[in-house]
Design a protein around this ligand. Structure first.
Ligand code: NAD
Length: 366
């Protein structure tokens, strides 16, 4: 049967829900995980929605990710907390940690929650947007398995360590910057491979410092630790790659050092003998209660004015819009809800494989 180009959001939700059910994820946790993954697909971030489902299911089946997530509060103060996630589902642990930060910030104005022994939590932007719904600003940070090299280095030492920051505004569109601290990330390389496109020069280097532009070769080199991604700013010092390197370090410190979790080798998902082990990621969440600083409506209007001043400033090319962070994603939501989530060959194969292996009952349009 010829595969359609898109799949409806409702069908995807149903598929994800049944898949997680089959591997033992409890119903309330499934709701959270599916919501985070669907938010990614709806926002047009193809690398972190349904595209990641098989990775989570495989890790649960490999015994390195606990389908039943624990949320152990190790330290609890009025404005801070430390959580141990016991290698459970990153989305569930992060949702609860951000919620805890929001609850604390209601009383303290600013709060921070550090998490250790968690796992891949999807798009970082989901969590500060939880704060925005409560008229707060939010930050989320996470480390990830090592893939970027430090300035003048050649070894993958840190993850693509994203930073997300969001604030409410007087528009439907919050300001939401949600970005890796590397120029690009693995998901985009996989997309380029599927589309048969070469990568731009400067995204990644091999062990000799040469740019790798063939996505298939790069993915093979990654598997042998023979290549690394470059931090924001790129190779060397000319374009200030050390600033991206510094930001990735900042995220690593917040995520692993504050939480007392591992970094570097400890995040690879393998022990020294090559046996699969939990990734034991760390996260850090901050909530800032706007009304502790100033009048909420004034704050929202000023943020809106700031965004509009950018968008309405002089354009280099009249055909090229000026955006503010989070704007493209907000515009994608109604369109993708209506048109459906784009499918590709790998996604179709993965879904068919999961359906068969997990003996799922859902009927698929391919
Ligand atoms: N969990 C993890 O381990 C992990 C690791 C890395 C990245 N991620 C996620 O991957 C996703 C993609 O990250 P990325 O760095 O590849 O994204 P990206 O390079 O596409 O940058 C996205 C950010 O830039 C903004 N943006 C895009 N074009 C813009 C423009 N013209 N003007 C102003 N702002 C603009 C977007 O609104 C968004 O905030 C994010 O959701 C991130 O959280 C997750």
């Amino acid at each position: 049967m010829q595969s359609p180009d898109v799949i409806s959001v409702e069908k995807l939700k149903e598929f994800m829900n049944e898949a997680f059910d089959k591997v033992g994820v409890p119903v309330d946790d499934r709701k959270i995980i599916v919501d985070v993954l669907i938010a990614s697909d709806l926002r047009g971030i193809e690398s972190h929605g349904i595209g990641r489902l098989k990775m989570y299911i495989d890790r649960i089946r490999d015994g390195i990710l606990n389908p039943v997530s624990q949320f152990e509060v190790l330290r609890d103060y009025p404005g801070t907390a430390l959580i141990d996630g016991h290698d459970g589902m990153g989305h569930v642990i992060s949702y609860k940690a951000m919620q805890l930060a929001i609850d604390k910030a209601r009383k303290t104005g600013v709060s921070a929650v550090a998490v250790r022994n968690s796992s891949h939590f999807g798009i970082a932007g989901y969590y500060p947007l939880m704060a925005v719904k409560e008229d707060m600003a939010g930050y989320a940070f996470t480390n990830a398995r090592p893939s970027i090299s430090p300035t003048f280095g050649r070894d993958p030492m840190m993850g693509t360590n994203p930073i997300a920051f969001a604030v409410p505004t007087d528009e439907e569109t919050p300001f939401c910057l949600d970005m890796a601290t590397s120029i690009s990330q693995r998901g985009k390389i996989e997309v380029a491979e599927r589309e048969g496109k070469n990568l731009p020069q400067g995204w990644a280097i091999d062990k000799q410092g040469q740019f790798v532009t063939d996505p298939s070769l790069l993915l093979q080199l990654f598997a042998k630790k023979g290549a690394s991604l470059l931090p924001l700013g790129g190779a060397g010092e000319d374009l200030a790659g050390y600033k991206g390197y510094g930001l990735a370090m900042m995220v690593e410190i917040l995520s692993s050092i504050f939480s007392g979790g591992p970094f570097g080798w400890g995040l690879t998902g393998f022990d020294e003998k090559g046996k699969k082990i939990p990734h034991s990621l760390g996260h850090f969440f901050i909530a800032i209660n706007v009304s502790f600083f100033m009048d909420l409506e004034e704050f929202k209007k000023s943020c809106g004015d700031l965004m509009r001043s950018m968008r309405n400033s002089g354009r280099l090319d009249p055909e090229q819009r000026i955006y503010t962070a989070g704007e493209k994603e907000v515009e994608n939501v109604p369109r993708i809800r209506k048109e459906g989530v784009p499918l590709n060959e790998t996604l179709v194969e993965n879904m068919q494989q999961l359906k068969q292996e997990l003996a799922m009952e859902i009927s698929l349009p391919f």
